[in-house]
Design a protein around this ligand. Structure first.
Ligand code: FAD
Length: 410
């Protein structure tokens, strides 16, 4: 006799970043039992928030990312749209201190600055509010046996290694993905990883003083622009935060960073190249950030295919890390979830239908269509991101660019 109430199959999501959390919501809503395994502690704990301050605290979310969240969890999209700071154009800061606004769109379309931690925590909270989603923090996935449908996981609280069974595995574990590396053992994956010769370092620009006694702090720069100090081979950018501060990111060749070894060299270099930004950031804060914040590398990852049979798929940076100059890395990762959600529905994948030891042909077909249909778009956006680095640090201040922009606006 058939089981009257079959147990839904188990999807394991590796990584509780924004992509993993949105994927958890998407799969749980279509009936899967979802377990999230995250190597780090719960990001909602105060101790985790302090550590997270070292990573870029804001990012630009565009129509692509908002549409994806809207499709999966409309209430979260509404909240994010209320929390963003719209950036309607670039503000170019010339060396002589002159500022020049270049709007993105004639009809007022914009990109939006949003707190990375706020968005990630919100999506995690939404996922965990669903009755069929659980999360295991401090649980790092070590290896996967895709054919046996089990993974080895280390619980860093107890130091024990456990075996976790799964039906479907989603690798949303970022650019150094273990799931991608494990997939390479069973899939003929074409894979390319390319570092650029530039590093980045994050700096904080504080809020300005209130205009009236007892009033609120103010922004030191126009908050409705993405600020850029293009200097041809390197650049500084700044995105606004809700607390009236800006997060600045310095992108420069490793060799240039290597020259900035002493406080004097750093101040001298900033006063030559970013004379208007230096007093806004403040010399002490600048030196503190240089001493404290990590200097990180940037890379592009291209892979194909993204899946194995009916049991694993890579989403987000695990599948396509890209340089951040087009502001599309996360937007694209969120879109991955939307595209997968559509395909799983189109193929009528039913998590209640158990297929022990067999291949779920519908799920396999959905994943196959995902890899085949998504690859060209992902490669294009990785390349656009690379091209935009030259645009942001160099082309925006060349005569040819300004001439073309003038024609666009005629
Ligand atoms: P991640 O956010 O990297 O999350 C992966 C998670 O997996 C982590 O929590 C990690 O702890 C966990 N994990 C890893 N390995 C394991 C394991 N073995 N077991 C268990 N858990 C594991 N994108 C934009 O769209 N707009 C921007 O403006 C933008 N700005 C950026 C600026 C900078 C400087 C950088 C570097 C990137 C920027 N990006 C931007 C890109 C964006 O940050 C990434 O695309 C996004 O964070 C990817 O999300 P994710 O969920 O795929 O991966």
């Amino acid at each position: 006799m058939a089981d009257p109430s079959p147990t839904p199959r188990k999807a394991v999501i590796v990584g509780a970043g924004p992509v993993g959390c949105l994927a958890a919501i998407s799969l749980a809503k279509t009936g899967w039992n979802v377990d999230i395994y995250e190597g780090r502690p719960d990001m909602r704990l105060p101790s985790s928030k302090a550590a997270a301050q070292q990573r870029s605290i804001n990012l630009a979310i565009s129509a692509r990312g908002i549409a994806a969240i809207e499709a999966i969890q409309p209430s979260a999209a509404d909240r994010f749209l209320k929390a963003v700071i719209p950036m309607r154009g670039r503000m170019i800061h010339h060396v002589d201190g002159q500022q020049e606004s270049q709007t993105y769109d004639r009809d007022g379309q914009c990109i939006n600055s949003i707190g990375r931690g706020f968005m990630n925590e919100d999506l995690l909270t939404e996922a965990l509010a669903l009755p069929n989603v659980c999360a295991f923090f401090n649980h790092r996935v070590l290896s996967v046996d895709f054919d046996g449908r089990t993974m080895a996981v280390r619980d860093s609280d107890t130091g024990k290694e456990i075996e976790v069974p799964f039906d479907f595995c989603v690798g949303a574990d970022g650019s150094y993905s273990i799931i991608r590396r494990q997939l390479m053992r069973v899939v003929r994956m074409d894979y390319q990883q390319e570092y650029i010769p530039h590093d980045y370092l994050e700096l904080k620009m504080p809020a300005g003083p209130p205009t009236d006694i007892g009033g609120d702090p103010t922004y030191l720069l126009d908050p409705n622009h993405l600020h850029i100090w293009p200097r041809h081979t390197f650049m500084l950018i700044a995105l606004p935060n809700k607390d009236k501060t800006f997060t600045c990111t310095l992108f420069a060749p490793t060799a240039d960073f290597d020259l900035l070894r002493t406080p004097e060299a750093i101040i001298e270099w900033f006063s030559t190249n970013f004379p208007d930004a230096l007093p806004l950031i403040g010399e002490k804060a600048l030196l503190d950030d240089f001493a404290r914040n990590p200097r990180s590398s940037l890379m592009t990852i291209k892979a194909k295919p993204y899946h194995y049979k009916d049991r694993a798929i890579l989403l987000g940076d695990a599948a396509h890390a890209m340089v951040p100059f087009y502001g599309q890395g996360l937007n694209c990762g969120l879109e991955d979830v939307r595209v997968l959600d559509i395909l799983l529905r189109e193929e009528a994948v039913d998590p209640d239908i158990s297929v022990p030891g067999e291949v779920d042909e519908r799920l396999a077909r959905a994943l196959d269509r995902y890899s085949a249909g998504r690859h060209e778009d992902l490669v294009s956006i990785c390349e656009l991101a690379m091209d935009n680095y030259v645009e942001m640090r160099h082309s925006v201040v060349t005569l040819a660019y300004l001439f073309r922009k003038t024609l666009d606006n005629v």
